[in-house]
Design a protein around this ligand. Structure first.
Ligand code: ZN
Length: 496
């Protein structure tokens, strides 16, 4: 006779298997699918989503969860699995099917409208569609309950995180970042980006990316590297695939893009192999996920120590191209900072300001303090306040991101959280591995990878992100580690 717990966990593992198939269908669509395949992919995704939904809302699932909730003999892992399962099951069952369908329709229409509106720089054409998405998203959050609708949305991406915690962390961070950017503007020796805008042939960039991914410990027997319009990581366990795009006139795009995605992939490849299909064995949160990609991309990939060993290696991939560029000039070139309008192109020092302004806008929108029609004005004002520049057209402003049209409200904060966590984790890694600088200078990336594996990857979602952060670093999430890392680095590079 199978026990209640075994039936429960088997159901969740089956759901996970189906979700891996969903991800694979999506990977296929973005990487391999022939141009005419779109509609068929839509049918496949809808079919899979239907099966997953009915498994989640099956009355037996509710009975199993209820029964297990009364038991006092579950171990740490079993309790965490129950906690995570319950969170998801409650959301899935509290939202009426009518709303789920309405939302799917509203999002499909809004995304189509957004693409057009961005092309035509016409926010007013998009506004009614976005209004609908915002209204339905709020209604769904209210159906789940628990007070603040924005909290419910944030919890979808960052379990356990709340608007109030973010408000506190971001408001301190905001002031310090604005100050830092003023100092960067007044720096006495700003670096030039010219070296990384030379000609870097695509095949050689690809070879370099594969080489670096292997050095970082990415297992190509459990993954692959392909090309897609928007870089992403897909899969888990023993099949974790990454993508990138190449720009022959800008080395940073693929180089740091791949280091970023490998950071995500190492996390997925590093999950506990016995638990990665369990509710608490999967990646902790989007913020923790992003901390892994940002750590490798920025705190390692844009550090001087890393390039002490890897700059001569990089030069070998592009014979003659960087002969006249010394290490410090190259290090400056990959760390040029200036306020820009587009989030995805922003550098380390300005990126979080793009996120904080989106967070503040979402917060006002969800609380009803801001109307969709007033978004462009609010956007431009915040852009001026935080970045010191203002978009001349909405296409480069409020219309630049896909998220809101896709109903992803509450997602943006996870990017900034990722940056905070990455700096806090790096600080903890330095505490545990005091000679890490020397190791990096010798090209030893595996010590750090191992540390991340043992302290973060292996746990999966056993702890909530905030608790994991505290367990690993001894501190609650805050902007302190990030700011001291940024201030130290940029004062040296820019001279202030
Ligand atoms: Zn990422």
């Amino acid at each position: 006779m199978t026990s209640t717990y075994e039936r429960f966990i088997e159901k969740w593992r089956t759901i996970h298997n189906l979700r891996e198939v969903q991800e694979l269908v999506d990977w296929d669509q973005q990487v391999m699918m022939p141009p005419l395949g779109t509609e068929q992919k839509g049918f496949q995704q809808a079919a899979l989503a239907g099966v997953v939904h009915s498994m989640l809302t099956d009355p037996e699932m509710g009975e199993l969860i209820e029964e297990l909730s009364l038991r006092g003999d579950l171990d740490l892992y079993q309790r965490a699995n129950l906690r995570e399962a319950k969170r998801e099951w409650e959301k899935e069952t509290k939202i009426p099917a009518r709303l789920v369908e309405e939302r799917a329709r509203a999002v499909a229409l809004a995304q189509g409208s957004w693409l057009e509106a961005r092309k035509n720089n016409d926010f007013s054409a998009f506004a009614p569609f976005l209004e609908k998405v915002v209204a339905i998203t709020r209604e769904m959050a209210e159906a789940v309950g628990g007070g603040n609708p924005y909290d419910v949305l944030i919890d979808d991406f960052e379990p356990g995180m709340t608007e109030n915690v973010l408000k506190e962390v971001f408001s301190t961070l905001k002031g310090r970042l604005v100050e830092l950017n003023d100092k960067i503007k007044g720096g006495s020796h700003p670096p030039t980006q010219e070296p990384v805008t030379r000609f870097f042939p695509r095949e050689r960039q690809e070879a370099l990316c594969v080489f670096l991914a292997k050095e970082m410990g990415y297992d190509f027997n459990a993954g692959r590297l392909d090309v897609s319009a928007h870089p992403f990581t897909s899969g888990t366990g023993r099949d974790v695939r990454i993508t990138t795009r190449y720009d022959e006139r800008f080395l940073n795009t693929a180089l740091f893009g791949v280091m970023h995605e490998v950071g995500h992939a190492l996390y997925e490849q590093g999950l506990d192999p016995d638990r990665y299909r369990d509710p608490s064995g999967q990646a902790c949160s989007l913020g923790i996920h992003e901390s892994q990609s940002r750590l490798w991309e920025n705190l390692i990939g844009r550090s001087r120590a890393f390039w002490v060993h890897y700059y001569p290696e990089l030069k070998r991939f592009f014979p003659g191209v960087l002969d006249d560029v010394d290490l410090d000039t190259f290090y400056g070139a990959i760390n040029v900072s200036r306020p820009s309008l587009i989030r995805v192109e922003a550098d380390e020092a300005t990126y979080n300001l793009h996120i904080i302004m989106r967070f503040e806008i979402e917060s006002d929108l969800m609380a009803g303090r801001l109307k969709v029609g007033d978004l462009p004005a609010a956007w431009n004002a915040k852009s001026r306040e935080l970045l010191g520049i203002e978009p001349e057209e909405d296409a480069n402003g409020v219309l630049q991101d896909v998220h809101w049209s896709a109903g992803l409200i509450g997602y943006f904060p996870t990017y900034a959280l990722g940056n905070l966590f990455s700096a806090q984790f790096m600080e903890a890694a330095r505490r545990d591995l005091p000679d890490i600088e020397e190791r990096l200078e010798k090209g030893d990336l595996i010590s750090l990878r191992k540390w991340l594996g043992e302290n973060i990857h292996f746990y999966g979602r056993l702890y909530l992100a905030e608790d994991l952060c505290e367990k690993v670093t001894g501190k609650k999430p805050s902007g302190d580690a990030l700011m001291s890392s940024l201030e130290g680095k940029y004062s040296e590079i820019y001279g202030f």
